[in-house]
Design a protein around this ligand. Structure first.
Ligand code: ADP
Ligand code: ASP
Ligand code: MG
Length: 424
């Protein structure tokens, strides 16, 4: 008997029919002799609908008080889906009980809309499992030390599932979604994208952080920190395929680098449309200027991603960086109010219509010329690169948003990711 955590995403839980199919699949695992904890998302579209309602009524300037309410509202989506799944399981004759995050409890910090899980008390869950029940826990949410409901950021149910698996030392965490694994890039953008049967933890971490929404980045961080055996697979296969077959399907996140030795240099391409670019023009080029510009931004709790500083002319330089698009207007306002007067910069400009495209692969460590091939491919397509950033296993470029799909397709082809050898 193994302890298994299943996570089902929004599309997998998208209708009562889909929830019935999830219940049938879970019941199959129970009949195979396993203990099951299931972490579902809200039904697809539900979180957007709830946040849409909230936005119609909330004040223009977002305060911590309004964010608290946003979390309380958004968290209800998952509270409905856990109850529905419990009923569907009970209808199959499988004892099941559902809990909201606060009932477990899953303790988080108080960063509303992007809270971090701090601890999980599994006493209640273990007692239910011992009593032969399937335990269903809401994804995406927890409770802070003042008993406020918090949410973990969009896509956060992945993180809930992996955190529960880590806390309970589960034998496996299976992330069921609407694709049958992790692909060389988003198959919605490149139909020729190929499923990877394994992907290294490091590559998955980069792909998630660079925009591949198949797994929320924090879920990958948890999996790495606690070595949670993690697999991404489809909930759209027939529910009654044998458990052993399901265990081999999808994509396994591996922790051993050696398994990847024979692999392609570039394993995947990620893209992110959620960023915006800010440029401070004509700043005096002197020590401390980066801190003078970015210090107030960081103090306002705004995450900064790619940064470049241009060559200076006549003691002045231009300084550009990217932030999340949700923080774009706030960052512009902040810089105009504080940095312009403090530094004597000429002006602050912004462009929200950019995107970041990245190539990822641990093989890049040992191969030269990968970045230059990326730049050549983009230049052959006439795509101008605005910013570049690299690490050991990735190269990212910031380009005009309108070229995103073209860039991803061209790079996918240039690095032969559509060829058989690219997959593990
Ligand atoms: P869920 O609701 O199950 O959490 P998500 O929509 O969050 O599902 O994530 C699955 C989606 O991620 C897929 O439908 C796919 O379009 C997208 N995706 C982006 N990059 C990749 C990738 N490299 N491999 C697979 N899917 C990807
Ligand atoms: N329902 C939440 C969202 O839509 C969390 C999740 O689906 O993972 O972001
Ligand atoms: Mg998701």
């Amino acid at each position: 008997m193994a302890l298994i955590v299943h996570k089902y995403g929004g599309t997998s839980m998208g209708s009562t029919e889909r929830i019935r199919s999830v219940a049938q699949r879970v019941a199959k695992w129970v009949r195979a002799g396993h203990q099951l904890v299931v972490v579902p998302s809200a039904m697809s579209g539900e979180t957007n609908r709830l946040l849409g309602l909230a936005k119609e009524l909330m004040p223009a300037s977002v305060s911590a008080e309004s964010q608290r309410e946003l979390d309380a509202i958004a968290a209800t989506g998952e509270q409905v889906s856990v109850g529905l799944l419990a009923l569907a399981l009970q209808s199959q004759g499988v004892p099941a009980v559902s809990y909201a995050g606060w009932q477990v409890p899953i303790a988080t910090d108080s960063a509303f809309t992007k809270a971090r899980i701090e601890s999980i008390d599994d006493t209640r869950v273990r007692a239910d499992l011992a009593a032969g029940k399937v335990v269903i826990i809401t994804g995406f949410q927890g409770i802070d030390e003042d008993s406020n409901v918090t949410t973990l950021g969009r896509g956060g149910s992945d993180t809930s599932a992996v955190a529960v698996a880590a806390a309970m030392k589960a034998d496996e965490c299976l992330i069921y979604t609407d694709v049958d694994g992790v692909y060389t890039t988003d198959p919605r953008i490149v139909p020729e994208a190929r499923r990877l049967s394994t992907v290294s933890f490091e590559e998955m971490l980069e792909m998630a952080s660079l925009g591949s929404k198949v797994l929320q980045i924090r879920s990958v961080e948890f999996a790495g920190k606690y070595r949670v055996p993690l697999r991404v697979l489809s909930s759209f296969t027939p529910w009654d395929i044998p458990v052993e077959e399901e265990c081999r399907s999808g994509t396994l996140i591996t922790f051993e680098e050696d398994e990847k030795m024979e692999q392609a240099v570039v394993s995947g391409i990620a893209f992110n449309r959620d960023e915006a670019k800010i440029t401070v023009m004509g700043v005096p080029d002197k020590p401390g200027i980066a801190y003078q510009i970015l210090g107030p931004v960081a103090d306002a709790n705004i995450d900064i991603d790619v940064i470049i500083q241009n060559v200076s002319h006549d003691g002045k330089t231009d300084f550009s960086f990217t932030v999340h698009r949700n923080d774009y207007a706030r960052t512009l306002e902040l810089l105009k109010a504080t940095v312009l007067p403090a530094t004597g910069a000429a002006q602050v400009m912004g462009d929200p219509k950019i995107c970041k495209v990245s190539i990822v692969g641990i093989g890049m460590r040992s191969h030269v010329g990968v970045a230059s091939k990326m730049f050549r491919t983009l230049s052959e397509e006439g795509i101008n690169i605005q910013m570049i950033t690299t690490s050991e296993i990735k190269t990212s470029v910031v380009i005009d948003e309108k070229y995103m799909e073209l860039a991803v397709r061209a790079l996918h082809k240039a690095f032969d990711l559509d060829q058989e050898a690219a997959a593990a």
